[in-house]
Every structure is written in C-alpha cells, then in structure tokens.
Design a protein around this ligand. Structure first.
Ligand SMILES: N[C@@H](CCC(=O)N[C@@H](CS)C(=O)NCC(=O)O)C(=O)O
Length: 209
C-alpha cells in the first residue's frame, strides 16, 4: 500500500490516525498543500480531484476519501474495529461520522477558506478556483459554535461520539475540534464533557503523529 499524506491538513490526519489505530505501518509520501503540490501534474496523475488523503491499495485501487480508505482498511484489518462490531454500532459510527463531517468539518473549512489570505481564490478544494465569500465565513463560525454545543450534549451522555467504544467518529471529531484553533475557536470553557473526551483522545499515541 502507499499512503499520500499532508502533515498540516485535517483530512489526511484522520486517515493517518485511523492507520495508526489499526497498528499499521504504510509507506507514506507527504504532499505539501501549502506549496500547491496537490495541483502538480504528478499528484493529479494520482488523484485528478487534487485532494488528500489518498491510499493506493495492494491491488492498485486508488481510494481518495476518508470513508473509502477507512472502509477498505476495516475490511482488510478488522481488529481493532473502528467502524463498529454489531449492526447497530456500524450504523451509529457512520451516522456520527457524517454528523461530525457536516456539522463540524464543513463549517470549519468554510470559515478558514473564506477568510485566510493563503486560501485566496482557493475557497474550495479541487482544480477550479473559487473566490472567497466572507459571509460564508461568518455563517461558518456560527455553525462551529453550534457544533461545540452538539458535541457537548452528546458527550455528556456517551463516553465516545458514536457510543461506548472508540471509533472513527471520534477520530473525525477530535481532528476537527483540534483544527478549529486555526479559526481561533476552541472548546468552550463550560463544555467539560468535551474537554475530558478531547484530553483522553489526545493522550492516544495515534494523536501525536
Ligand atoms: N472528503 C474528503 C476531503 C478531502 C479534503 O478536502 N482534503 C483537503 C485537505 S483537509 C485537501 O486536499 N485540500 C487541497 C486544497 O486545499 O487544494 C475526505 O474526507 O477525504
């Protein structure tokens, strides 16, 4: 297998953590998004949509989405399970993973990419340039605030995001909460359940990579 990573970006970090939690060591190439390497001819030959992460499987299949990469690795290396064991758990993990992506990851990206000078004309990923829309950043920041509330409500009554066990939904939520610092948003001081959960995930070896 071959893993295309980017050490500074949240989406590749999710895949990197997933790989580490599986106890796998995969040959890795780091692609610099800051340096625009994702748009180079050589990387576009790997992923024409110019995004990270990418996993090339042993059979040569190119997987370009966190969900696809996770599903593949979970099927090939079932232990420890990161996508649930029972039918109910599997459903809950994918449900929470989607909630976290839509309510957390998307508004953080929307806020960052529509304000930060380094994303000028790069408000969306991919080959087509898009101008920044500051109003989307404003809306995004409001949505991130709501995401922190959503997470606190959930973690006040559940040890982990998708239930009793650590899963890929925790990886997604942890990576996005951590990344929110780039838009100067942090876990609100009153959100003690989220802070305790965050500190516990941060102590895992996979979070230090
Ligand atoms: N849905 C994709 C998202 C991938 C994505 O958006 N990756 C970002 C880094 S976080 C990227 O490749 N950005 C390239 C760019 O900004 O041009 C996944 O979950 O893997």
């Amino acid at each position: 297998m071959l893993f295309y990573d980017c050490s500074t970006a949240p989406s590749p970090r999710r895949a990197r953590m997933f790989i580490a939690e599986k106890g796998l060591t995969i040959e890795t190439r780091d692609i610099s998004i800051a340096g625009g390497e994702q748009l180079s001819d050589s990387f576009r030959a790997v992923n024409p949509r110019a995004t990270l992460p990418v996993l090339i499987t042993d059979d040569g299949t190119t997987l370009t989405e966190n969900l696809g990469i996770a599903a593949y690795l979970e099927a090939r290396f079932p232990e420890p399970p990161l996508m649930g064991r029972t039918a109910d758990e599997k459903g809950a993990v994918l449900m929470w993973n989607a909630i976290v992506e839509q309510q957390g990851g998307a508004p953080i990206a929307e806020t960052l990419r529509n304000t930060h000078p380094s994303f000028k004309d790069r408000a969306l990923t991919g080959l087509v340039n898009h101008a920044q829309i500051p109003a989307l950043a404003q809306r995004g920041a409001e949505r991130v605030q709501a995401f922190f509330d959503l997470l606190e409500t959930r973690l006040a009554k559940s040890d982990f995001v998708a239930g009793d066990e650590f899963s890929m939904a925790d990886i997604a939520a942890f990576v996005f909460v951590d990344f929110a610092r780039v838009i100067k948003m942090r876990i609100p001081a009153a959100n003690s359940a989220t802070q305790a959960w965050f500190d516990a995930i941060k102590a895992r070896p996979s979070a230090r990579l």
